[in-house]
Design a protein. Sequence first.
Length: 211
Amino acid sequence: MTADGGTPATSPSASSVRGLPDFGRCAVFGVVNVTPDSFSDGGEFYADGDTAKAVAHGLQLHRLGVDVVDVGGESTRPGAARVSAEQEMGRVLPVIRELAAAGVRVSVDTMRASVAAAALDAGALLVNDVSGGLADPAMFPLVASSGVPYVLMHWRGHSTDMQSRAVYGDVVKDVIEELQGRYDAALSAGIAEDQIVLDPGLGFAKNADHN
């Protein structure tokens, strides 16, 4: 039940995540990339200064029955360079506002606490952080204080060099241990168990065999 198709958090009630309905099945997330360069559909729903295509795509996903529409404004494909927080906000906030106003359940895909906070103010209900709190030390405190659901992904570094970090002894064991470390850190920061969804991070510092 994760934004990237990963595994749920290990807790006594692993299917129940605070702030989300108990779907009783695998939750379906639809992705809206408000970027020119994302790995799958980068540019298809992005026009600088014009969010109409992205909003229309999110509404269409909602009509098709997705449970959560995940909006991201920074590409995390291998080799992608970072955009500024201002650029990222300029891309995602108008889309999130319109989708949330239309009754769409929205998550924000961001590694920045400032973007996450602005997105929550704009109507997002969930934070999807591919860095698992490593990219921005302010992320865990924000999630703890807001009480929103939080997708915590396995991550080893930014897109510019993440594939050079795809070195494992035992990929399953290593990912579990590293995710456990981030999970424990999240709990220590005051994030509740039932806020956390764990994501193994397919494609992030992992080659095809690792995936």
